[in-house]
Design a protein around this ligand. Structure first.
Ligand SMILES: NC(=O)c1ccc[n+]([C@@H]2O[C@H](COP(=O)([O-])OP(=O)(O)OC[C@H]3O[C@@H](n4cnc5c(N)ncnc54)[C@H](OP(=O)(O)O)[C@@H]3O)[C@@H](O)[C@H]2O)c1
Length: 330
């Protein structure tokens, strides 16, 4: 079998695809960029990644470049749809650990219950706001949009967010002009739109062709590959960054994997769990900038963050991962 592709091995090819490995590569590039300093471009700890005991953590951090600016983002973030007051301490522990592990991207939304408020509270008390890349989503149409954004900033305890998205493509033509104004005012760094349904992919593609978007967010997993047909190639063509939601199909992939063994060759890409198998498959796609798996348990967060380090599968190995998952190959 050919060696799996590692960012450090074929550096030129990987850089062309916007991939880097290692906190050194990631953060020295970000600080050398002409773009203004932003959350996500600050080293996780002075001098490089933290020293922790988990073996996988010593492997290089995988990062991808945002096409619009060249800013590097660690390829695994966190989704916070399930953040609720009842798990406040777990959320704080997760965000603290996430930062220790070098990750930055936190995806939330105005409509995710207490999620924004819990994130704002945790980041403030942990003094982590400036290290994190905050992505949120607007609720409602044009007038409600301004109200929604003001409320998000207040709840997140911040004066600006890194990424503001139109949730589920709801009100794109009305909201985007206002969002562009907020971007010019420095209250938002990047603009995007989201969906999590294949039924909206055609509309998403129209948006990608019509509006100057920095980011899209789309559903994609080893069991849900529809986005790879048109959306991901279009994102590459139009130089739009991609956040991937539902990388575990809302945990349905774990139910499907129950009782199944990982293939022995998973070790060749530093995969030791099904979560890492699912996530490495997703982030190895050249169009994908960052996957945002949802987790409310620290052990899950650590498992998922381990997928953001070490070797990635190349295209033939990604196909083999699909075949193994589909039960067509050993
Ligand atoms: N339209 C949109 O814009 C849209 C729609 C959907 C989702 N999203 C975003 O995408 C994020 C991800 O989606 P999601 O959270 O719904 O689904 P998901 O990431 O596909 O799956 C989350 C589920 O997987 C479990 N899990 C996480 N890590 C695990 C691990 N290592 N081992 C075993 N189980 C694990 C979680 O359990 P625990 O909670 O117990 O850790 C949770 O039940 C959301 O949080 C949200 O930020 C956006």
């Amino acid at each position: 079998m050919s060696r799996p592709l590692h960012p450090g091995v074929t550096r030129r090819g990987f850089l062309a695809a916007g991939v880097a490995a290692g906190a050194g590569a990631l953060f020295s590039r970000a600080s050398g960029s002409s773009a203004p300093p932003a959350a996500g471009s600050t080293p996780p700890t002075p001098g490089g990644p933290p020293s922790v005991s988990t073996p996988t953590v010593s492997a290089p951090l995988i990062a991808k470049a945002i096409p619009a600016t060249g800013q590097w983002l660690p390829a695994i973030g966190i989704g916070t749809d399930s953040f609720r007051t009842g798990v406040r301490d777990d959320i704080r522990a997760e965000l603290k650990r996430m930062s220790e592990l070098g990750a930055t991207v936190i995806d939330t939304a105005a409509s995710y219950g207490d999620s924004e408020a819990l994130i704002g509270e945790a980041l403030e008390s942990l003094r982590l706001r400036d290290r994190m890349f905050l992505a949120t989503k607007l609720a409602g149409g044009s007038d409600a949009g301004a109200e929604s954004f003001a409320r998000s900033l207040e709840r997140l305890r911040t004066r600006r967010v890194e990424l503001l998205q139109v949730h589920n493509l709801n009100g794109v033509p009305e909201l985007l002009p206002r969002m562009r104004e907020w971007k010019q005012e420095g209250r938002v760094r990047y603009l995007g739109v989201t969906t999590s349904r294949a039924g909206q992919h055609a509309e998403l593609a129209d948006c990608m062709r019509t509006y100057p978007l920095d980011f899209i967010q789309v559903d994609y997993s080893i069991a849900n590959r529809e986005a790879a047909e048109a959306i991901l190639p279009l994102a590459l063509e139009r130089r739009i960054a991609v956040l991937v939601n539902l990388p575990f199909g809302r945990s349905s992939l774990f139910r499907e994997a129950a009782g199944r063994a990982l293939p022995p060759w998973a070790a060749d890409i530093d995969v030791t769990s099904w979560a890492q198998y699912f996530l490495k498959y997703v982030i190895a796609h050249p169009a994908v900038t960052c996957a945002i798996p949802g987790s409310t348990q620290l052990s899950h967060l650590e498992d998922n963050q381990a997928a953001g380090r070490g070797r990635l599968p190349d295209a033939p190995l990604r196909r083999r991962m699909e075949e193994y998952w589909d039960g067509k190959a050993a």
